[in-house]
Design a protein. Structure first.
Length: 135
């Protein structure tokens, strides 16, 4: 559905998945928080910016509290939040969040999840660094 841009039905699936994950795993489980972030992204695509921003903020803040800033889900949610701030023209907030991701640049590949490697490459590109040299 996402690849074809069917945002409305995708939002229904993500809502159901989020409800199931919260009921069975708890609201602060990594899968629940990741799904909340995914639902927010779909809602942004649908133009429901109020609910999307709230869900994205909640997922990001809860991930930092319950998973820690180095957890792969926290990193993805942080990167998405920083990008959202940048899109909104709030570069100071975007930079503050991205600053907490800079540790990825010095981390060994073997210690990183695939999403973290992707974020590290995006950070390196954003900073104008040769990602191969950083990694």
């Amino acid at each position: 559905m996402l690849e074809e841009g069917h945002w409305a039905p995708a939002s229904l699936v993500y809502r159901e998945a989020l409800d199931l994950r919260i009921r069975h795993l708890g609201a602060n489980h990594e899968s629940s928080l990741a799904t909340k972030g995914d639902l927010a992204a779909v809602l942004f695509q649908l133009g429901d910016t109020t609910e999307a921003a709230q869900l994205e903020r909640e997922a990001f803040e809860d991930a930092l509290i319950h998973l820690g800033k180095t957890h792969p889900v926290s990193c993805v949610l942080a990167w998405n939040r920083a990008q959202r701030y940048e899109d909104w023209g709030d570069s100071d907030s975007a930079k503050a969040i991205a600053k907490d991701l800079l540790w990825l640049l010095a981390e060994d590949d073997a210690r990183l999840a695939e999403d973290q490697k992707t974020i590290r490459a995006l950070l390196a590109e954003r900073l104008g660094w040769d990602a191969a040299g950083v990694c």
